[in-house]
Structure formats: C-alpha cells, structure tokens
Design a protein around this ligand. Structure first.
Ligand SMILES: [Zn+2]
Length: 415
C-alpha cells in the first residue's frame, strides 16, 4: 500500500474556509448566528455545496435537508467512509461548533485531490440539519431522522417560536431534497469537533480520542409538604419540602463524587409553589440531570437517586414523585473506528487523551446504525455556545490531520 505518512492537510486553507463561512451570520461580538433553515443557513449551505462541487464531489440532498458530498472511490461496491457535523449555530453561537467538523471533512477531500490520492471506499462529507435544536426542538433531528430515531412527518411538523414549521422552512430555502432520509451502509463514520469543555486545554493535550458519549437521564423530582406561616410555625414539626431537598441534593452530590471523574449531577431548574416569601412552600419541582458514560453506572445512579429521594422524603414527612422526562443511553464508539483514530494520533505524534463526550452530537445517532467515533480538539476556556468561542489554528489543523489519516485507514482497510 502507498505510504501516506507524510501527507498533511493545509491548515491555512482550513482556517480561511472557517473564517469565510463565519462571515455568514457574523455577530458584532465575533460569533455567529446562523440558525437552522434561515436565509443565512441557506447561504452557508450554498457556499459549502459550491466548495464541494469545486472539489469534484457529487452532492446529494435528502428529504431532511442533510447534505452528502461524495468523493468517489476506486471500488464503488464499498460503502463510503463518512465524516460530518453541522453548519447551524445557536443564536449566540461561535465560529467552530459544528462548522469545524464539516470544513475539516472538506479539507480532507481537498488534500487528497491535491496529492492525487484515490481511496478504495468512497468518502463523504455530511452536513446534518438542525443539530443545535435552537430554532426547532429537538436537537440533532437531521441525523435523528436519518438513523431512524424520528419520523420524517414528526420532523416536518416541528415549529419555531413564530409557528413556522420545519418542513415549510426546509422547502422555502430550497433544501428539501429527494433522497430518502434514511440510513444506508457506511464503512465508518467520524466527526471532529471542538471539545466544548475545559479538559484538553487544562491538561495541555492537543487531541481527544473519544471512546463514547455520556448517557443522560432527565427527571422532574416533586416534593410535597404542608404550607404554613413563616413566623408562628415552629421549625420543629414543619413539613417543609426544602428540608428534604437540601438533604437530597447533598446525597446526590455525594453520589456524583462516588463515581468521579465522569459522573454528573445537575439541578438546572426549580419551581416553588405557591412561591411566597413568608410561606413554607407546599411543593417543589426540581429538574434533575444525571450523566455517566457507563450505562451500568448510570443505571446504578438512577436506582440510588430513587432510593435517596424515597428515604429522605419519608424521614422528612414529605410526599415525593419522580417523573422520567428523557433518556439518552450511553454510547460506546466502535472499537475499530476508535483504533483508527488512536493509531493516526500516534503516527502523527500529537499529545492526546482518551475521553468521552459530555455533550450530545450527531454521532450519537449515527453510531446506532454505523461504526462511528469522534475526535476532539481543545477550545479556549472550554467556552462554546458563546460568541467568544475560540480554537487555535494549530489545534484545528491537528484534528483535521487525525481525521484525514483515520479516514484513509478505514477507506483502504478492505484492500
Ligand atoms: Zn456541535
């Protein structure tokens, strides 16, 4: 087999493309607001498609508006090696979240074109529609429909705050394609993304080799006591939901600590009823978010959470209810894809760390239907979904080089 060990992507060209794409929806604070299926999203897609056609790719749009730019391989019978991410952003988004993964894929294609290298399996660069879920909920619906987790009609009926539907907006911007939005065989799928967390930067590692994605369980915990006057009622004998809550919180933080460093316990919202300054509340509704990359441990945390809530509610004279709001099972990435990334990183000599993603990505859905893994690069202070989001050009270049070599390995491994 040909020796590709000296092959590198063009970091400057990658950076220039990122900056050119960032002008579409550029915000005053240096970020990007290019929400799904807006006129700006259309402009960003048009630019990407134009670049792909210039690079000799065949472009297909599916019924969800997912874009697939294909660079043919020598063996048309082999399923493609795919990479991709998203071009949509949060309202106060940055210049790298998602778009880096898309344009790094394009840079891989451009690099292979320049070097005149043909692969055995075809390569594809994908843009998944509405990853962010900022304009249309839920998030990751493009890859979600494609992988069979949502129905097409359900997706088309999603409405934004103004009542405009996904289906109509998709047609309006001209990206309601004809190809079926459903999974087809892939040799492998990769996604390179900024970390959106502080770990790589803090440990001064250039590449994150992802082995999976955290599982997430969302709940509403309700505690019901007895409302009474804040003054005349002695502290003893009150049935105050907060007296139970503070012990439950303490126990859940300890539970997360028991399963450090990857367990997470977050309480992002609380509702108090009746919500009056001088009344012991009757009811608290707490949003609980538990996460762990190992589904067995997450199941244990789930069970312990239920035991803790039941015991403490009982001891403090409260009624309690736990409502399951949403679950996303832990993802374990494909061992061959992880190994392709691992060995690419080793050959390229980049400092690295094996880790799991704490955020959801399109790769969560793709991994249910195809061998998948991800690559992370550091982002400044772990800041993302923020206009100040920043990643160093040399880290972006390193991540794209890892992607290039991992894709080459998988595209030629059948030979
Ligand atoms: Zn993203």
């Amino acid at each position: 087999m040909t020796d590709f060990s000296q092959l590198r992507i063009d970091g400057q060209r990658l950076w220039d493309s990122l900056m050119e794409m960032a002008q579409i929806g550029a915000t005053e604070k240096g970020g990007c607001n290019r929400q799904a299926l807006t006129d700006l999203d259309k402009q960003g897609r048009d630019l990407f498609v134009h670049w792909c056609k210039d690079a000799g790719c065949d472009v297909t749009i599916d019924k969800m508006g997912n874009i697939f730019a294909r660079r043919q391989g020598n063996n048309p019978h082999l399923p493609p090696v795919l990479t991709g991410s998203h071009l949509d952003t949060q309202p106060t988004g940055g210049r790298f979240d998602g778009v880096y993964g898309v344009l790094a894929g394009l840079e891989v294609v451009r690099t292979l074109n320049d070097a005149g290298i043909e692969t055995e399996a075809p390569l594809e660069v994908a843009v998944w529609t509405n990853e962010e879920g900022a304009r249309f909920s839920p998030a990751m619906i493009g890859s979600g429909v494609w992988s069979g987790n949502f129905d097409l009609d359900y997706a088309y009926a999603r409405a934004d705050k103004e009542g405009k539907t996904f289906g109509k907006e998709l047609a309006r911007i001209g990206y309601k394609g004809k190809a079926p939005a459903q999974a087809r065989p892939l040799s492998a799928a990769f996604e390179v993304h900024i970390e959106q967390g502080p770990i790589l930067e803090a440990e001064q590692k250039q590449i994150g080799v992802l082995t999976g994605v955290q599982g997430m369980h969302w709940y509403d915990l309700t505690l019901i006591g007895q409302p009474c006057h804040a003054g005349p009622s002695p502290m003893e004998g009150r049935r105050d939901p907060f007296m139970g809550l503070h012990r439950i919180l303490d126990a859940l933080y300890k539970l997360a600590a028991e399963h450090a460093p990857w367990a997470r316990a977050t309480f992002g919202d609380i509702r108090v009823e009746p919500g009056s300054r001088n009344t012991v509340p009757e009811k608290l509704v707490l949003a609980v978010d538990l996460r762990h990359p190992d589904q067995n441990i997450l199941n244990t945390m789930d069970q312990r959470f239920r035991e803790i809530a039941a015991r403490i509610a009982d001891e403090t004279g409260l009624e309690h209810q736990i409502r399951d709001e949403w679950r996303s099972p832990a993802v374990k990435f494909d061992e061959k894809c992880v190994e392709a990334v691992r060995s690419a990183v080793a050959e390229l000599g980049y400092s690295n760390k094996e880790m799991v993603s704490g955020a959801g990505h399109d790769s969560v859905y793709i991994s249910r239907v195809a061998p998948t893994s991800m690559i992370f690069v550091p982002c400044e202070k772990g800041l993302s979904h923020n206009e100040a989001e920043y990643a160093e050009p040399e880290d972006l270049e390193a991540g794209a080089n890892v992607l290039l070599h991992a894709m080459l390995k998988m595209a030629n491994s059948a030979v």
